[in-house]
Design a protein around this ligand. Structure first.
Ligand SMILES: Cc1cc2nc3c(=O)[nH]c(=O)nc-3n(C[C@H](O)[C@H](O)[C@H](O)COP(=O)(O)OP(=O)(O)OC[C@H]3O[C@@H](n4cnc5c(N)ncnc54)[C@H](O)[C@@H]3O)c2cc1C
Length: 391
């Protein structure tokens, strides 16, 4: 039987979907994370749930190729270079199905299935909170059985769960795109923050974007809230309590700090992330724009990327270059001694006000949100100053 513990469960829901007796249900723990609960009365001890658990063992791919890439057309609405939406469009244009994380009407991050390009915008943009895969593993299985081509995107643990769930299904029409993941916060914490934000700003939120791009100039280290009256509010991530909490890395699901998928061997056919290592790019490449790192891990991934190459501006790069700018490609986020449990704060009505007032140094992750050219200049100035001080 699976051990339902935040320390070793990612909440992917593969066990629930696989249980032949339907005796696993998903419950929220005190921190607001989803965990499986086994009805021991109904359980027949077949152990399928333990065998299916992706944390235990999932096949991995060795990265084959690495690119830095962006799409002029898609990057504005996307988080990085917009490569995900170009891949998704290619699949949708060829009568395929795409799965990815969208916000529901109530701003809950959840995996949805789309079959038309008009819905693609809902998947664009990172939602920095744990998403709910719902019953999408079963939907993918049904799609594959009817011969449809499927692109499934999500965090590496969600992709690993899907792959384990589909262990005996023909997956030759499945392509998986995993994002590089820094860690996930509790959906309950995000929900409470939205309530706090609405009260604090006397508005109803219709849409929320974590890394909004106001102009096509790469100046995007702000978030954007659009209310039901159509008013748009841009704000700095460094002032907002939820965004500060995310960037502090202190509020993640416990398993994120020992994530088995933050490793050099990858779970997805394609890995997507931010190309943070500006110094490894040719001069002027992606100037003032977000650039994606694209890691090709299988022949399926390679074939899909080849299909969209003409729609992207790209340059070959290397695993070493990608890795140097992105630690979550080879190790989990470090568990800070200040690691927090939301359970201890969720009943405090002043929690988000208190969090807003906290001062702290800008961690590396926040620094990385700055436009590439600015980061390059800051680094150069820093190095020059160090040299002067030493000399
Ligand atoms: C929680 C989280 C942490 C991340 N940490 C890092 C990091 O440390 N380093 C790094 O380089 N990149 C990180 N990323 C990935 C990065 O933010 C971009 O999602 C990625 O570069 C793809 O950008 P894009 O422009 O190609 O896609 P976009 O058009 O922005 O598409 C977004 C993609 O992300 C998926 N997605 C969005 N929200 C979620 C979610 N909550 N759970 C699962 N999938 C989601 C969508 O399904 C879609 O595939 C993180 C993303 C998330 C959601």
């Amino acid at each position: 039987m699976i051990s339902a513990d935040e320390k070793n469960c990612t909440g992917c829901r593969a066990c629930e979907a696989s249980c032949p007796k339907g005796c696993i249900s998903i419950k929220e723990n005190n921190n607001g994370f989803l965990l499986p609960e086994v009805d021991t009365e109904k359980c027949i001890s077949c152990n399928i749930c333990s065998k299916i658990c992706p944390v235990e063992h999932t096949e991995r791919n060795v990265p084959l190729k690495v690119y830095a890439a962006y799409s002029k057309a898609a990057a504005l609405k996307s988080t990085s270079g917009g490569v995900f939406s170009v891949l998704a469009k290619q699949v949708l244009d060829n009568n395929g199905i795409v799965y990815g994380t969208a916000f529901s009407e109530h701003l809950e991050a959840e995996t949805i299935r789309i079959d038309s390009i008009k819905e693609l915008v809902r998947l664009q943009g990172s939602k920095y909170v744990q998403g709910n895969t719902r019953d999408t593993y079963k939907q993918v299985s049904a799609d594959l059985k009817t011969g449809l081509r499927v692109l499934y995107s999500g965090t590496p643990c969600q992709i690993a769960g899907l792959k384990k769930y589909l262990r005996s299904t023909d997956t030759s029409q499945l392509i998986t795109a995993e994002i590089i993941c820094h860690g996930v916060t509790s959906p309950q914490m995000f929900k409470d923050y939205i309530d706090w934000y609405e009260k604090h700003n006397k508005c109803r939120i219709k849409d929320y974007s974590f890394r909004a791009k106001s102009k096509e100039n790469g100046r995007d280290f702000c978030f954007l809230v659009t209310d039901t009256k159509g008013n748009a509010r841009f704000s700095s991530e460094f002032k907002d309590p939820y965004n500060k909490a995310y960037m502090s890395s202190e509020w993640f699901r416990e398993v994120c700090y020992s994530c088995p998928f933050a490793a050099e061997q990858r779970v997805g056919d394609i890995t997507l992330g931010d190309f943070w290592n500006a110094d490894a790019l040719p001069k002027g490449f992606g100037k003032n724009r977000r650039v994606s790192v694209v890691i090709i891990n299988s022949e399926y991934g390679d074939a899909l990327f080849n299909d969209v190459k003409s729609l992207l501006i790209f340059t070959p790069s290397s695993w070493e270059a990608a890795k140097a700018g992105n630690s979550n490609l080879f190790r989990p986020t470090s568990r800070s001694v200040k690691k927090q449990n939301y359970a201890e704060h969720r009943n405090n009505p002043h929690f988000f006000d208190e969090l807003s007032g906290l001062k702290g140094s800008i961690p590396k992750y926040a620094f990385n949100q700055l436009p590439m050219d600015l980061r390059r200049s800051i680094k150069k100035t820093g190095a020059a100053l160090k040299h002067i001080v030493k000399g």
